[in-house]
Design a protein around this ligand. Structure first.
Ligand SMILES: Cc1cc2nc3c(=O)[nH]c(=O)nc-3n(C[C@H](O)[C@H](O)[C@H](O)COP(=O)(O)OP(=O)(O)OC[C@H]3O[C@@H](n4cnc5c(N)ncnc54)[C@H](O)[C@@H]3O)c2cc1C
Length: 441
């Protein structure tokens, strides 16, 4: 069957399903195609070129809101070999485009291994790894994209290539941090970690404890062992059944994380005990696969909007500013105002890494809230502006692609020389600009 039969126009049955995105962004591409094989990806890319459409690649649509208008684009969704292949002996996974983290983590766990997944089991593996990959194993292991061994792609002229540090090294460099740069990825191979069990958990306190919790946590982060990676959040817990009853619908402050070394995890828990009486606290050894759900990210599509920044030099003044802007007295309705802990191996350059081999900041700061209707969206936007504005003096002006605002640009995510190198690579592999860049140039 020719690929033309799989190309869906806006009036075709199945188009709405094909353009549906996790973040509920309303995408209206000129055409959409779900490709189930490398051959179909090649044909779809050639079809787009012949029909003078650019190609925007997507898996789950967790970052669909970052796409430019697609009225002259084919939205291509490669869904190929969604069963991950685990090589337990060589400790790596081979994963087809379209696969999410959950099946990878589960398949790896059967061999006593785990992967450098992020906080959501439903995020796409390829998009996450191409954009850097910030994991609860990050401070010990670095960015997840540094663990990528090989990437298989379809180029803008419809050819197939397998790239690694010896084959097409420039493109391999670009694809480890700069997203789906100039090609469509069909499969990816990456290292697994020999961890059947980790120490992890979360503590929840009333929002009134925000300042004490943030100060204590900040102090702990200054000398924290690299085996532990954590996050701090001020949250409005959703009033839904999935959330445990003691914390459901409440305004709370939360610290969660993972330690790959039990005593280091226990030492963190002891430190947190001085903050206040928790509403709920659950820490201890757990199967590593359970860490994929520890952060409690939404797994069903949600109309969320957010804002992100990298921050440095966070101090007691910053603690007060964040609590004032996002704490209990602020009236914030944000689902979360969050700081993710960086440092350790996340902050160290990796000589064998790609364009983003580390993050030169102390924390990723971000806020996320609902945009279910115009009134809710207006309130969320106001809360986001206040919380992120309060972080202004500590923002370093740079961005990390996976946690970048939809209007972020290439020069915010990468140093100037890397931007030039990325543009040259794009010119070499996609001279006509067929592939929609993952971020504004
Ligand atoms: C709830 C939530 C939790 C998250 N947690 C984390 C986290 O803990 N750590 C972290 O680092 N990031 C995290 N992210 C960010 C996430 O990793 C990025 O948004 C990532 O790009 C999502 O990939 P996706 O395939 O799911 O989304 P999509 O929107 O489908 O894809 C995002 C982009 O990836 C590229 N892409 C996807 N598939 C292909 C392909 N086959 N070929 C070429 N390019 C492709 C495209 O540029 C596409 O625009 C989170 C996001 C959300 C919404």
């Amino acid at each position: 069957m020719s690929i033309a039969a799989s190309i869906l126009k806006p009036t075709d049955p199945g188009y709405d399903e094909a353009v549906f995105a996790f973040d509920l962004a309303e995408l209206k591409p000129a055409a959409a195609c779900v490709a189930h094989s490398v051959g179909e990806v090649r044909e779809a890319v050639r079809w787009a070129s012949e029909n003078r459409l650019s190609v925007a690649t997507q898996a789950t649509g967790h970052r669909a809101v970052g796409l430019p208008p697609l009225e002259d684009s084919l939205l291509l969704k490669p869904m190929i070999d969604l069963e991950p292949v685990i090589d337990a002996g060589e400790r790596f996974a081979r994963v087809g485009a379209g696969t999410t983290w959950e099946p990878v983590v589960d398949a790896a766990a059967a061999h006593g291994l785990t992967a450098m997944h992020g906080s959501s089991p439903t995020v796409g593996v390829v998009g996450y790894l191409l954009g850097g990959g910030l994991s609860f194993y990050g401070r010990e292991q670095g960015l997840a994209c540094n663990k990528v061994r090989a990437i298989e792609v379809v180029t803008a002229d419809g050819e197939v290539a397998r790239i690694d540090d010896e084959n097409e090294p420039d493109l391999f460099w670009a694809l480890r941090g700069a997203g789906g740069w100039a090609v469509v990825v069909t499969a990816i191979e990456f290292d697994l970690l020999p961890m059947a069990e980790v120490f992890g958990g979360a503590s929840f306190w009333p929002v009134e404890a925000s300042e004490a919790a943030l100060s204590t946590w900040l102090d702990w982060t200054r000398s924290a062992p690299e085996s532990v990676t954590t996050s701090f959040r001020i949250m409005n817990m959703p009033p839904i059944e999935d959330v445990p009853a003691p914390i459901r619908g409440k305004n709370l402050v939360v610290i969660d994380g993972v330690a790959t070394d039990n005593p280091d995890g226990e030492a963190l828990v002891a430190q947190l005990e001085g903050i206040a009486e928790p509403v709920m606290a659950q820490w201890g050894p757990m199967p590593s696969a359970a860490a994929a759900r520890l952060h409690g990210d939404p797994e069903d599509p949600v109309p969320a909007i957010g804002a992100c920044a990298l921050v440095d030099g966070f101090d007691e003044e910053a603690v007060a500013a964040l609590v004032e802007a996002g704490g209990g007295e602020s009236g914030s309705a944000l689902l979360a105002a969050e700081l993710r802990q960086l440092g350790g191996a996340l902050r160290r350059p990796d000589e064998a890494g790609g364009v983003t081999d580390h993050i030169d900041a102390e924390f990723v700061a971000f806020g996320v809230g609902m945009a279910a209707d115009p009134d809710v969206e207006a309130k969320t936007s106001e809360d986001l502006a206040r919380v992120m504005g309060a972080m202004g003096p500590w923002q370093n002006g740079q961005r990390f692609l996976n946690f970048s605002d939809p209007d972020s640009t290439c020069s915010q995510c990468f140093p100037a020389d890397s931007v030039e190198a990325l543009k040259a690579i794009r010119h070499e592999y996609d001279p006509d600009g067929l592939i929609v860049p993952p971020i504004a140039l």
